[in-house]
Design a protein around this ligand. Sequence first.
Ligand code: SF4
Length: 386
Amino acid sequence: MADQEDSMTKLHCYVHIPFCRERCSYCDFFLVTKQELQYRFFRALYEETAERFSAYGGSAIHSVHFGGGTPSLVPVSYLEDWFETFSRHVSLNNDVEITIEANPEDLSTEKIQGLAALGVTRISIGVQSFLPEKLRTLGRLHTAEEALRVTSEAMAMFGNVSVDLICGAEGETLEAWERDLHIALSCGVPHISVYMLALEKRTRLERLVKRGIVTLPNEHAQAVMYAKACELLEAQGFEHYEVSNFSKPGFFSRYNLGCWRRESYLGFGPSAHSFLVSGGHEVRSANVSSLVRYMASPHNAQEYCEMLSEEEQIDEKIFLSLRLSSGLELDDLLHFHESNSAVLETVRRLKGQGLLKMRDGVITVTRKGFLFADKVAEELLPVRKQ
Ligand code: SF4
């Protein structure tokens, strides 16, 4: 991967905007559908931002990521006011990446222009599919025509556009999935995220599947669709740089890559996570997953905070590195283990199963291995005495 600067010098910023028009049947994210709370939420967000950034005076921010929920649902002026609060305390790197996650139904021409005027540099569009039938099955609120229109308008305005696609929807065939991929490619977007529809606990979709009302393609069919995406996108010059993410050179998601590389990031808003590296210490924290509690006390939003032990740092490094095409240095892995022979034997076995490969002293997962990245990582964790 091109961007290999020192991770310790970077600070990223995530802002969780917890509003959606409706909850999609498969979604378990933290969000609410009461739009009347937007105004109060943003007052709380400004407070939290001012309070926490007062400790980071002078820091330069490498990327800002508005996630959700649906950040494109809120007025641009609310985001503008957030930047005003933000810029009183910290500055933006000259080449900062500012990404907003957006749903097609929110992206009117005026909205796209407003986001560009605000300084947004990258749009990540939750298209999920360009096919009318699949959009209906997924219960999405936009049409296939809208998805095409906003993707091409966003491309004309930003050039740096990502689309999310889901595979494994009810009744989806490999042929339909290929058609979806070809339409996405025809839009010329330089970044595509591919997600396999997962049955998250306590979602409407999980209940429908359990009752036998909905049947999804099985794991094997999903794996075949995923492999097809890898093959088609790589043939078109996309680098498969993370389990679910494909990018043309130079268009990686800087914020997401920062998280996987364990660079520091500050998360604002309910349920947002933070990770800070300083002086050899690594601290993970999370804000409260309740909008009511968040708005009542934005100064006190943190509900969990933990300094990682050395062992936890090693485990995270193994897990996150193996999600990336940049992989893990064999020397690092050996350094983490007491017995080199045991871990080398595991590496040999995983290579034999077609899950790992090694080149120039770096271990990476294969295309097949990407599907099992977490399981592969588990096998490579050091065994510790209780
Ligand atoms: S729009 Fe996105 S965040 Fe909102 S409910 Fe649907 S999948 Fe979840």
